[in-house]
Design a protein around this ligand. Sequence first.
Ligand code: ZN
Length: 315
Amino acid sequence: MTMQTDGIHHITAIVGNPQENVDFYAGILGLRLVKKTVNFDDPGTYHLYFGDGGGKPGTIMTFFPWPDAYRGRVGSGQVGTTTFVVPEKALPFWEERLLKYNVEYKKTIRFQEEYLEFLDPHGLQLEIVARNEGEDSGWSFGEVTPEHAIKGFGGAVLLSASPHQTSKVLTQVMGLKEIGQDGDYLRFQANSDLGNLIDIKLSPEVRGVSGVGTVHHIAWRAKSYEDHEKWQEHVKVNDFPVTEIIDRQYFNAIYFREEGQILFEIATDPPGFTRDETEDELGKSLLLPPWLEPHREQIQSHLLPAEVRILEEDK
Ligand code: ZN
């Protein structure tokens, strides 16, 4: 059986203070906070989801903000860099914006494309690339207007403990196509126009340590619930221990660790973020799954503020 994912569904990372997280991703990067909920496995902390205007798969960056947690180390067995894609010709706007907010960046070239590389306030490695493909975000915030707004993920750079094994998993299990090599990087492509270009860095890296400033897992897209069951079977047949199907409210999920030690999830496109609030209301209030709703007061009393606000420099 061959199966092909449409690319990245979401990427989840561990960060520090939640308000700093919201100010950076909504305030500076102009993403929409599409869901404010808690970590279902640890309801004392938030799970914040950012994306494009509609919060569609391929645009969703999610965070567990743990203000008191230890700093991690970016290294092998992790997604090293998360790539956001902006419309063609929007790169100068983003250079100016990063300068305005004193976010240090450097320009790099990979596969003949120019990237702006920078860190978020908690050390997470990010980059921005401009491409024609991919639907515009349909969202604007502060001075980030729709013609400049981040469309979603361009892709990601994987730091594998075993790059050639991870390459095999991408092609043989996930159904991506290997499309080229540029120096230290192998590039893979999925059949979609967002979250579709995955690079594997070939040179060895120190081993990553999970903690603040690191990616926890990368999730790939399954089109439907039926497709998802097939994925679970497909992963099993390829000899990876895979979890049961877990209901994450906004998608169903399965998880497995590939041989390069990176935690992979496969998540369904449905039902999406309008499952429990309307598109207009996305992200405005704290949403809890039915089993946590009885504990709302107690949960809320432990959460720090995390409000979307226009930053001073944009007023
Ligand atoms: Zn996930």
